[in-house]
Design a protein around this ligand. Structure first.
Ligand code: FDP
Length: 359
């Protein structure tokens, strides 16, 4: 039996990609140069304040990369023995990375407040520093179960505009509750065989590789468009009992391969690191699923504000789609800072097939 493929609300087309500076042209294009060129565009998707903020986040990611790569030599492995607001055991690096991001971003004058997976409430900018016009959310270490076994982890971040109304008062949690479509920038760093920074300001998705010799991020790919038609899915099969019948059937048909109704083989990947999955999907296509628990919908795994939204923004900018199983992720109105959501993202045809049929 074939699955009906619902038509998801289609994403608005990304505005015309910026002319990509040629990474092969001999002269390296650094992150700074790339952002300044974005700032100079007539539609200026990256005003000076946002540019400075993104450079600061990128600098913090370099420091996180440095801490991670020290491993046992730097006493950064292992757990702290306490739990974060999500009820997850905090790794030492979760806290180190969180502090690095807070310290780097507090004083620059671009931010009104920050929120993180590792903190129960928002982090206002201390009164001794000027308050800026943006809100930053982040997951300091995504895929943290991989830290101690030396597999890829990453940092995910998202930038929203602070509502005008909060200019003369303290920022509240409600100021962060904006649909993902309002993001002005999003990205991730991936600490893998290479250290990469992948970001969008709404003009396509660009990849920068950390050049360790000169300590600089250099443009190595972009604007990136994910290939379509790659028959590869990423899902944690051990959660099968929590899936809806529709998702279970979607996966079952792909596992049946040439012997099933689709008549073609699929491959599976599960690095237990959303950053690694999303990066692979942007580079070579496929689909990632962490569906909501159909028996306890409130018990989805991934967080809307600092995981699902930034990744959905990047994936759409790369020509893919992102759904919570019934609706476009970027259209969801968040109800709390740490809200969790089902996530299906990647190749639009696969996302549509894995999502509940509409109507
Ligand atoms: P982690 O909690 O280790 O940070 O929360 C996100 C996440 O990792 C994703 O990066 C990853 O895809 C998923 O959780 C791993 O979940 P499982 O433990 O179910 O494999």
């Amino acid at each position: 039996m074939t699955i009906q493929t619902p038509v998801l609300d289609s994403a608005p087309a990304a505005s015309a990609p910026a002319p990509a500076p040629n990474p092969q042209s001999g002269q390296p294009v650094t992150l700074t140069r790339f952002l300044i060129e974005q700032q100079r565009r007539p539609d200026s998707p990256c005003p000076a304040g946002l540019r400075l903020l993104l450079e600061t986040v990128a600098r913090a990611c370099k420091a996180i990369n440095f801490a991670i790569s020290k491993g046992a030599l730097g006493d950064v492995l292992g757990s702290l023995g306490n739990e974060n607001v999500q009820g997850e055991v905090q790794k030492k690096l979760d806290v180190i990375a969180n502090d690095l991001l807070l310290d780097a971003n507090e004083w620059g004058g671009q931010l009104a407040a920050m929120a993180s997976e590792e903190m129960e409430t928002l982090h206002p900018i201390p009164g001794r520093f000027p308050k800026g016009e943006y809100l930053l959310t982040f997951d300091p270490i995504d895929g943290s179960s991989n830290i101690d076994v030396n597999l890829s982890v990453g940092t995910i971040f998202s930038v929203l505009r602070a509502p005008d109304a909060c200019a003369g008062r303290d920022v509240t949690e409600a100021d962060f509750l904006q649909p993902g479509a309002e993001q002005v920038a999003a990205g991730y760093a991936i600490y893998g065989p290479q250290t990469l920074l992948v970001l969008t300001v709404g003009t396509g998705v660009y990849e920068f590789t950390l050049d360790r010799e000169i300590g600089s991020w250099r443009l190595t790919d972009g604007p990136m468009q994910m290939p379509r038609g790659n028959r590869e899915f990423a899902v944690n099969m051990a959660r099968r009992r929590q899936w809806s019948p529709h998702v279970a059937q979607y996966i079952e048909e792909r596992i049946c391969g040439t012997e099933g109704p689709l008549g073609v083989d699929y491959n599976m990947r599960w690095p237990a690191s959303m950053v690694a999955d999303v990066h692979r999907i942007i580079k070579r296509g496929g689909v990632f699923l962490y569906p909501a628990d159909s028996r306890n919908p409130g018990k989805a795994r991934l967080r809307l504000l600092y995981e699902a939204n930034p990744m959905a923004f990047l994936i759409e900018q790369a020509g893919g789609a992102a759904s919570n199983g019934t609706a476009r992720i970027l259209d969801l109105m968040p109800t709390s800072l740490h809200e969790r959501v089902g996530v299906i993202l990647g190749d639009p045809a696969e996302v549509a097939a894995a999502s509940e049929p509409q109507g």
